[in-house]
Ligand binder design. Sequence first.
Ligand SMILES: Nc1ncnc2c1ncn2[C@@H]1O[C@@H]2COP(=O)(O)O[C@H]2[C@H]1O
Length: 255
Amino acid sequence: MKLQVLGCAGGIGGRERLTTSLLVDDTILLDAGTGLTSLDVEKLARIDHVFITHSHLDHVAGLALLVDAVQGRRSTPVTVHATERIVSSLQRHLFNWVLWPDFAMIPDKASPSMQWSVIEHGATVQINGCSLTSHAVNHTVGSAAYLVQNERSGFLFTGDMASTPALWEAMREETRLSKIIVDCSFSDADMELAARSMHFCPSSLIEDIHAVPDAVEFLIYHLKPGQEDLIMQQLETNGRGRAFRALKCGDVFEF
Ligand SMILES: Nc1ncnc2c1ncn2[C@@H]1O[C@@H]2COP(=O)(O)O[C@H]2[C@H]1O
């Protein structure tokens, strides 16, 4: 299983320019931020499944552009997986014919460019030897993390999140888990803003993950522009010996 980082920034204008989007084996996308814009149209047309963590624009802007770009190039709809709350938010607020056309009706309802698939927390979808399991995380209502695994190993992508003890408890059972891509958006100086906007800062992340085995590698994503070095420095200084690495656009991992 190949994981390609198309975008991982917590905003625009910082060291990493593109927002959250991860590509698995060319056909499965996790979140559809502006990172998706780095693919050409042939590669876009190969994406069969999109899993959405939550409905914030920096994670879904590319979804609107994707379903338009690939229409007429695919024989089947792009399937968009998310919790019921996220699906209904996207239908109501994005694909509502005002912000963007409803591509679940285009070119016609019988053979549309996209289709919705509700995946509730705890459910697993199997796609070409990959299993993707949704886990509840504390961010906006309905937010999900995805555990993505093949028969050998795998990774957890938390999406944006704040403290969620049940997630780390669930991960203790996952013996194939080798990497966790986790939000750490703000430095400790912005601890209150992190709490208000339901993100981690270094101290809250370190506290939350204290029981996760050291063998699991933490890759930090969603660093807010301009705070990248400070956040990584605070993680390193206060991380109780745990190694953290900043995720980068263009990173590729094999599982
Ligand atoms: N209560 C708030 N006060 C100030 N900024 C906020 C607040 N809530 C959200 N934000 C910002 O709005 C952004 C929305 O996307 P993010 O969750 O990536 O990061 C969020 C913060 O940067």
